[in-house]
Design a protein around this ligand. Structure first.
Ligand SMILES: *[C@@H]1O[C@H](CO)[C@@H](O)[C@H](O)[C@H]1NC(C)=O
Ligand SMILES: *[C@@H]1O[C@H](CO)[C@@H](O)[C@H](O)[C@H]1NC(C)=O
Ligand SMILES: *[C@@H]1O[C@H](CO)[C@@H](O)[C@H](O)[C@H]1NC(C)=O
Length: 347
């Protein structure tokens, strides 16, 4: 009797917490940082491409079957597109002076899949769907294939008319935690978004140059970072020699070998932070961030479910950054060139 009563109360409280959480998530998703009027089922409501989501999903699924690391690639593209000058597809534009040729972005992949999807959509629904929306949808689908939850994508973004490498202000992977947070805040995102989106590193890789100081000469001590787990340290030292042979490319290492190598979206990122097993300094610094940060890291490390949900929520917030809607921008015919390429500055 007594036990039943207690269980009931626990359930009620849990229900309340959940409904509050859902209300919070819902309200915030419909009002992204700049609260521009993106809407669900935009193309269906306009009757311009009712099945856009199915067309995109089909192409992403075909691609994912042969290249599982497409998820990490699209996530990086989306991040770079939205953080630099808003989610306007400007990262997709070609040109020597375009964003994609900035040093921080050169070498990113995933463009070919966006081209393929665009070609399909131009046959199915000519001139209707923006490249910025395609990137948002494709990333959602690729994340889901890797184990993230599906989430509603608000649509109606239009494509930017130009792209400039000089706009690219993405910070280097070797920044400090505070610098990373400041960067997110300067874009209109908050601490929760920052800690949550960093979890995307569960599928990421980095060049050794970004961690060599942690492995060999931490803060000019001539020694490795003392906080780094010894097994991880030894394994990374093997993969990242202190000096490269002539002509040797700087190797890439997985940030979370257990998930990155498996192309899986997981919460191992947060477990590794707690176990001092992070590869990048900026990631490990989450373990010594402020109280709110530590609370979030603990929550995500112990609950994949919570991490998955809030990840979807933060991606949606990022997807609302400085979007072009209404009559601003255009619907590009080809994601690599503006419709009237002679009137813009990139060539
Ligand atoms: C993507 O994964 C394939 C193996 O499936 C690998 O050969 C390739 O190097 C990876 N590319 C990148 C950029 O991660
Ligand atoms: C760009 O081209 C597409 C396809 O021809 C067209 O539907 C759209 O209106 C054009 N946008 C602008 C701004 O010219
Ligand atoms: C991680 O490193 C910190 C600081 O160096 C230390 O206080 C803590 O005990 C370590 N935790 C584990 C699980 O090794």
């Amino acid at each position: 009797m007594e036990r039943k009563g207690r269980e009931f109360i626990v359930l009620v409280v849990l229900g309340l917490v959940m409904s509050l959480y859902m209300a919070y998530a819902q309200a915030a998703v419909t009002v992204p940082p700049e609260s521009k009027p993106l809407i669900r089922q935009f193309y269906k409501k306009l009757n311009t491409c009712e099945n856009v989501e199915a067309f995109v999903r089909h192409q992403v699924t075909l691609h994912w079957k042969v290249e599982k690391n497409i998820t990490a690639k699209l996530l990086k593209l989306l991040y770079a597109d939205c953080m630099v000058n808003g989610c306007d597809g400007s990262i997709l534009l070609d040109g020597p002076q375009a964003e994609k040729n900035a040093p921080q972005i050169k070498g990113f992949g995933g463009y070919a899949l966006i081209d393929t999807i665009k070609k399909v959509l131009e046959v199915r629904c000519p001139g209707a769907v923006s490249c910025a929306d395609i990137l948002m949808l494709a990333t959602r689908d690729a994340l889901q294939l890797a184990g993230a939850p599906s989430y509603p994508v608000f649509l109606g973004r239009r494509d930017g008319l130009e792209s400039k490498a000089s706009w690219v202000d993405l910070p280097s992977p070797s920044i400090s935690w505070e610098q990373g947070l400041n960067y997110f805040q300067s874009k209109g995102l908050d601490l929760q978004d920052y800690v949550t989106l960093l979890g995307g590193h569960s599928m990421g890789r980095t060049h050794c140059k970004n961690i060599r100081d942690r492995l060999y000469n931490f803060k000019n001590t001539g020694k490795p970072d003392p906080s780094m787990d010894k097994t991880v340290l030894n394994s990374l030292r093997k993969q990242c020699p202190q000096t490269l042979k002539r002509g040797q490319h700087d190797p890439l290492v997985y940030l979370i070998p257990e998930s990155g190598g498996q192309f899986k979206f997981t919460n191992s990122y947060y477990k590794n932070v707690l176990a001092n097993k992070s590869v990048l300094g900026v990631d490990q610094q989450l373990s010594v961030g402020n109280d709110d940060t530590q609370q979030i890291v603990n929550d995500y490390a112990s609950s994949f479910e919570q991490f998955r949900r809030i990840f979807a929520f933060s991606i949606s917030r990022m997807g609302g950054l400085r979007v072009l809607t209404g009559t601003k921008g255009e619907i590009r015919r080809n994601c690599r060139v503006p419709n009237k390429s002679h009137t813009n500055t990139i060539q």
